[in-house]
Design a protein around this ligand. Structure first.
Ligand code: IMP
Length: 433
C-alpha cells in the first residue's frame, strides 16, 4: 500500500498532469485535494492531447477511481462541461468518478467578483485565472459558502433561505463596492444549480470515508495537487498566490485523510522555472533570448487562460524551500529536453541582497524578495537531443551532471525524469508504488 502526494514545487505548470497520469497506472485511486478549474493539466497519450481542469487524470485509466476531495472548489458548469467533453472522446465518467459532498461550489457571483476585483486593482492585480477561486474560498472560510450537498432537494427550503441572505449581501457589494449593475437573482441561481446538481448527484459521496476505507483495505492512493508550492496561500509569494493550501499537508485536510497515512511526497519540478500571472520570479529571463527559447521550445502558454508564461533559470533556493515545506521524498524533473540546445545552463544557488550579503533561503516578504538578485552557478550544456530518452544512462554526461546538481542542491533524490510530453517519454529511476 502506498499513499503518495504529488505536488508542484515551483509556481505551478510543472507537468503534474503527465506524472500523475503515468503513476495512476500503478495506483488504485487518484484524488484531487485543492484548487478548482483554475488548474489545467495537460495529458498526452496515443497521440492525443487532453486538458483537464477539474477531474483527476486517473480518469483515463480503466479500473481506477478518480476523486474530487472536500478541499476542491467545484464550478458545476465547468465540471459538467468536462464530463461531457470526456464522453465525446470516448472516456467514460460514471462510477469511476466520485465528488465529495462537502466540497464548496463556485457560484456565479464568485466569478463576477474575481474579475471585477482584478480590474479594480489595476497595476496591483494578482493576475488570477478569473474562475472565481479566491471568492469561493473566502466564502468557505467566512461560512457563507455553498456546499454541493446543500443542493439536495429535501433541503430546498432551508437552502433557499440561506442563499437569499448570501445573495442579498453580494448584490449590495456589487452595487456599492464594485459599481456594477449586475444583480444576482436567487431563484435563477437556484434553478440553474438544481439542474446541474441532478447531473453531479450520482457521483457524490463521503469521499473521506471512501478513501480511508480503501487505504485500510490496502489500496494505493495518489493525491494530486494543483498549482504549485510558491502559490500556496500560507507559504507562497503572498499576496501573489492562489487561495488554497497547495503544499502536501493540504492533501490531508483536502481529502479528510490523516497524516500518518501518507507514505511519500513527490515534488514535480520543471528543469527551469515558469510563472503565469503577477508576482516575483527572481530568475526571470525577461527580454533575454534564452527566456524566449524556453518559452518557445517549452510551449509555455497557460493551459487554462492561454496566457504566455514568464520563464527563467532553475532556482534551487525555491525548490529547497519547497522540499522543506512539503517534506519531499522524491523529485521528478520535467521538460529536460527544452534545455537541449543551450550552450550553458544556469542554476540559482542563493541570492544577494542590496548590501551584498548572501541569502540562502527564500524571504517571506515579496518586497524583500524583489530586492534580491540570484547568484548563479553555470554548468555546461549538452547540445544534443534528450527528447524521448527512457534510459538514464543514455542521457549526455552534461545533462546527468545538471540533474544530479539539482538533486544535490535541493537535498531530494531524483526518482523520475520527463523527456517529452507523452507517457512513454520518461525515465523512471525509482518505482513509487
Ligand atoms: P487564482 O487561482 O485564479 O486565484 O489565481 C491566483 C494566481 O495563481 C495567479 O497568479 C494565477 O496565474 C495562478 N494560478 C492559478 N492556477 C494556476 C495553475 O494551474 N498554474 C499556474 N498558475 C496558476
Amino acid at each position: 500500500m502506498a499513499c503518495v502526494v504529488v505536488v508542484g514545487s515551483q509556481w505551478g505548470d510543472e507537468g503534474k498532469g503527465k506524472v500523475v497520469d503515468l503513476l495512476a497506472e500503478r495506483a488504485d485511486i487518484v484524488a484531487r485535494f485543492q484548487g478548482g478549474n483554475n488548474a489545467g493539466h495537460t495529458v498526452v497519450f496515443s497521440g492525443q492531447t487532453y486538458i483537464l481542469h477539474l477531474i483527476p487524470s486517473g480518469i483515463f485509466h480503466q479500473g481506477k477511481l478518480a476523486v474530487l476531495g472536500n478541499g476542491v472548489v467545484v464550478d458545476p458548469e465547468a465540471l459538467i462541461e468536462e464530463i461531457d467533453g470526456l464522453a465525446k472522446l470516448g472516456v467514460e465518467v460514471g462510477d469511476n468518478f466520485k465528488v465529495s459532498d462537502e466540497a464548496n461550489l463556485i457560484m456565479p457571483y464568485h466569478k463576477a467578483m474575481d474579475r471585477l476585483r482584478e480590474s479594480l486593482k489595476g497595476e496591483g492585480k494578482i493576475g488570477t485565472t478569473g474562475r472565481g477561486i479566491g471568492p469561493a474560498y473566502e466564502d468557505k472560510m467566512a461560512r457563507s459558502g455553498v456546499r454541493v450537498s446543500d443542493l439536495r432537494r429535501k433541503d430546498e427550503r432551508a437552502f433557499c433561505d440561506r442563499l437569499k441572505s448570501i445573495v442579498e449581501e453580494k448584490n449590495v457589494l456589487m452595487r456599492s463596492h464594485f459599481k456594477s449593475d449586475a444583480v444576482f437573482d436567487v431563484s435563477e441561481i437556484f434553478d440553474r444549480y438544481a439542474a446541474l446538481y441532478e447531473r453531479i448527484a450520482p457521483h457524490l459521496c463521503d469521499t473521506s470515508l471512501l478513501l480511508n476505507q480503501a487505504i485500510d483495505a490496502g489500496q494505493s492512493v495518489l493525491f494530486e495537487g494543483a498549482q504549485g508550492t510558491l502559490l500556496d496561500v500560507d507559504h507562497g509569494t503572498y499576496p501573489f498566490v492562489t487561495s488554497s493550501s497547495t503544499v502536501a499537508g493540504g492533501a490531508c485536510t483536502g481529502c479528510g485523510v490523516g497524516p500518518t497515512k501518507i507514505t511519500g511526497v513527490l515534488g514535480i519540478v520543471k528543469a527551469y522555472t515558469t510563472r503565469v500571472g503577477e508576482g516575483p520570479l527572481p530568475t526571470e529571463l525577461r527580454d533575454d533570448p534564452v527566456g524566449a527559447i524556453l518559452q518557445e521550445r517549452g510551449q509555455e502558454i497557460g493551459a487554462t487562460t492561454g496566457r504566455v508564461r514568464r520563464c527563467g533559470w532553475f532556482d534551487a533556493v525555491v525548490v529547497r524551500e519547497s522540499a522543506r515545506l512539503n517534506g519531499m521524498s522524491g523529485l521528478a524533473i520535467t521538460k529536460l529536453d527544452v534545455l537541449d540546445s543551450l550552450e550553458t545552463v544556469k542554476i540559482a544557488v542563493a541570492y544577494r541582497d542590496p548590501e551584498g550579503n548572501e541569502v540562502a533561503s527564500l524571504p517571506h516578504h515579496v518586497g524583500t524578495l524583489a530586492e534580491l538578485t540570484p547568484i548563479y552557478e553555470e554548468l555546461p550544456g549538452w547540445q544534443s537531443s534528450t527528447r524521448g530518452l527512457r534510459d538514464y544512462g543514455r542521457l549526455p554526461a552534461a545533462a546527468q551532471a545538471y540533474l544530479e546538481r539539482i538533486a544535490e542542491l535541493t537535498g531530494v533524490p531524483l526518482v523520475l525524469v520527463s523527456t517529452g510530453p507523452s507517457r512513454e517519454e520518461t525515465i523512471v529511476l525509482e518505482e513509487l508504488f
